[in-house]
Design a protein around this ligand. Structure first.
Ligand SMILES: [Fe+2]
Ligand SMILES: [Fe+2]
Length: 172
């Protein structure tokens, strides 16, 4: 099995902070939504925040399982102000697309350095990013469809609130 390299280890440690950053950012989005009484969207975003926390811990556990030190880096202050609930989810989509790029770059690095265990671990994240981008893209599209119809907007908010706690896919 290819051995861990310093470069890959540093990059995974940075990704741990990035996942915590995503978690924090989703929590800020949840706060904005709930403050503006989009309680369903708030619930969805809280769950997404918890998922990102789980992603961070998955990499955290991986580093420790490979008998290396975890080094937690700082995370940026998340964006907390939004013009609308649509903008919140557009921002979420941009964030997921950014994370997909980070994961791709990390995978490419692990591939170049022949760190096979990291490649196997990161495959899960590549698949997860495809799913998360798809889910958020669908939500953004729905918000665009209902735009100025407040009854439909309330229905959509309720639909988002119906997301199950163990679910990762499209909200029911
Ligand atoms: Fe993530
Ligand atoms: Fe994500």
């Amino acid at each position: 099995m290819g051995r861990m390299t310093t470069q890959v280890l540093e990059a995974i440690n940075r990704q741990i902070a990035a996942e915590f950053g995503a978690s924090f950012s989703y929590l800020a989005m949840a706060a904005w939504c709930e403050h503006h009484k989009f309680m369903g969207a708030g619930k969805w975003l809280r769950q997404q925040s918890a998922e990102e926390h789980g992603h961070a811990l998955k990499l955290f556990d991986f580093v420790l399982a490979r008998n290396h030190p975890v080094l937690l880096g700082g995370i940026e202050e998340p964006k907390a102000d939004f013009a609308s609930v649509v903008e919140v989810f557009e921002r979420a989509l941009a964030q997921e697309q950014e994370v997909s790029k980070q994961i791709d770059a990390l995978y490419e690095l692990a591939f170049r350095e022949k760190v096979f265990a990291a490649m196997a671990e990161l495959q899960w994240f590549i698949t997860e990013q495809v799913e998360e981008e798809k889910t958020v893209r669908e939500i953004v599209a729905k918000f665009h469809m209902v735009k100025h119809d407040s009854a439909a907007l309330l229905d959509l908010d309720r639909e988002l609130g119906g997301r199950g706690s163990a679910e990762t896919g499209t909200p029911a």
